[in-house]
Design a protein around this ligand. Structure first.
Ligand code: 5GP
Ligand code: MG
Length: 178
């Protein structure tokens, strides 16, 4: 049992399962990009741990970059994307957008719109987790780690009001402590 502020969490995805999902994504990206130099673009803050493990795993040549976005407050997506800094592709290398989790898809929509507006078409989307019950956007997730139920999760980069990002495994919300 894990307690963060007013919420209780129970284990959902152990480290070994996460590692297998990261390996699967790395393998698929290598298959597609072994002749090129992709730029892995992590969407901060949530994806820092995933992108770190992903690029350590990735045996090909690559670059690593980051953009910062935020749509979650507490346990709900606000639907409004707060920031998007530094997204672009000056040298024409393929971009791999690296997300921790896709929920409503608002963040991905914002990224796709920004890329298309700046004329970037050479990109793919990778996400470690997807909530298929919630995601209704048309954008294809090119590399997906695993689908998860529509539950609020923390750990492996994901936070609840700033806490839990450092946990090496994933926990799901159990109930609110009264
Ligand atoms: P979306 O824009 O697809 O609704 O959500 C994208 C972002 O919201 C994710 O990158 C992540 O930072 C945050 N998010 C979505 N679902 C969860 C969740 O279950 N737990 C946490 N901690 N953050 C989430
Ligand atoms: Mg995120």
């Amino acid at each position: 049992m894990l307690k963060l502020y007013d919420l209780e969490f129970v284990p959902l995805i152990p480290q070994a399962e996460i590692a297998a999902a990261v390996q699967k994504i790395s393998d698929s990206i290598l298959k597609d990009f072994h002749d090129e130099i992709p730029i892995f673009v992590g969407i901060l803050n949530g994806s820092f741990m995933f992108i770190s493990d992903l690029v350590k795993q990735y045996p090909g040549k690559c670059e690593v970059d980051f953009v910062k976005m935020k749509s979650y407050v507490g346990t709900e997506s606000t639907g409004k994307i707060k920031e998007i800094i530094g997204l672009g592709n000056p040298n024409g290398k393929p971009l791999i957008i690296v997300e921790d989790i896709i929920d409503t898809g608002n963040t991905i929509e914002n990224i796709v719109n920004t890329l298309e507006k700046t004329g970037v078409s050479n990109y793919k989307i990778a996400s470690l987790f997807l909530k298929p019950e919630v995601y209704k956007k048309p954008y294809k997730i090119d590399y997906l780690g695993m689908e998860i139920p529509n539950k609020f999760i923390v750990g492996y980069g994901l936070d609840y009001n700033g806490l839990g990002r450092n946990l090496p495994e994933v926990f799901q919300l159990k109930n609110k402590i009264k």
